[in-house]
Design a protein around this ligand. Structure first.
Ligand code: MG
Ligand code: MG
Length: 269
């Protein structure tokens, strides 16, 4: 399938979906606490998306039974919310998506709950920053593989982490997962030139150990094979007619974090 190039008007609608996802994740960050069941987080997300005029794109996706993915500790992505209770020091990764007027938003955060191991906190900070570096590298006129190169380069500069290889970012628009696939590693200078109308979800997934993963018996939850803890951060961003980027799922459009990397965001959205 070809890459779906979006018009300014379409990206304006995608901002609505993205902002709802970003705000829902902020609400979940504010709500999460030790002793809470993960399905309580799912209920909060479902209510937030409904209140914001959206629908869930995760629920029913290839049969996925919930509104968000909740993945704890050695679970890296695609965990199913349920009766598991969040414990002190857990690393909780939450992936959330929503649709407004047929256009999709998709983002994820990892949260350390309670007394967090500093090594876990550093892993989360590294993963988060690598996502922003990937977006900054893909801001204007770059080639697709420059994103993965920037992500890998930064992660490797920060210590020994496993970068998941079977999972990556993606185009997003009238479907949650579109072409192109976005690797979180690799050499720069390959793939399509990133121009106006590209919308990409950038989502590095790392562990404190191996990059190798397996899928659990529930056919969804992805865990590290050495049971090392993992982190996952995701934002969806677009390239606008003024040649600048805007992060659709960040409440501030990416102004602060991209600004810190010397990248000015678009004012068109
Ligand atoms: Mg996601
Ligand atoms: Mg995604």
């Amino acid at each position: 399938m070809a890459i779906q190039i979006k018009t300014l008007e379409q990206m304006k609608i995608m901002r609505k979906a993205g902002l709802l996802v970003g705000q829902t994740l902020e609400l979940l960050r504010d709500s999460i606490k030790v002793g809470m069941r993960t399905d309580a987080l799912d209920a909060i997300a479902a209510a937030s998306i409904k209140r914001g005029g959206g629908t869930s794109n995760f629920k029913g996706y290839h049969g996925f039974p919930a509104t968000i993915c909740v993945s704890i500790n050695d679970e890296i992505v695609h965990g199913i919310p349920g009766d598991r209770v969040i414990e002190d020091g857990d690393v909780v990764s939450i992936d959330c998506g929503a649709i407004i007027d047929g256009w999709h938003g998709d983002a994820a955060i990892s949260i350390g709950v309670g007394n967090v191991d500093p090594a876990d906190q550093k892993m989360m900070d590294v993963c988060d920053e690598s996502m922003w570096r990937g977006i900054a590298a893909g801001a204007t006129g770059a080639r697709l593989s420059d994103i993965g190169h920037a992500i890998e380069d930064y992660i490797k500069s920060q210590g020994k982490y496993g970068i998941l290889q079977e999972y990556g970012g993606h185009g997003i628009g009238t479907e949650m997962h579109q072409e192109p696939h976005v690797l979180n590693f690799g050499r720069r200078g390959f793939g399509p030139i990133l121009t106006e109308g590209f919308v990409l979800a950038i989502e590095p997934m790392i562990t404190r150990g191996t990059h190798k993963t397996k899928v659990m018996a529930d056919n969804w939850t992805v865990i590290s094979t050495d049971n090392s803890r993992g982190a996952h951060f995701e934002n969806s961003y677009c390239l606008l007619p003024d040649g600048k980027a805007f992060v659709l799922t960040a409440p501030d459009g990416g102004k602060e974090r991209l600004g810190a990397l010397g990248v000015e965001i678009s004012t068109l959205l």
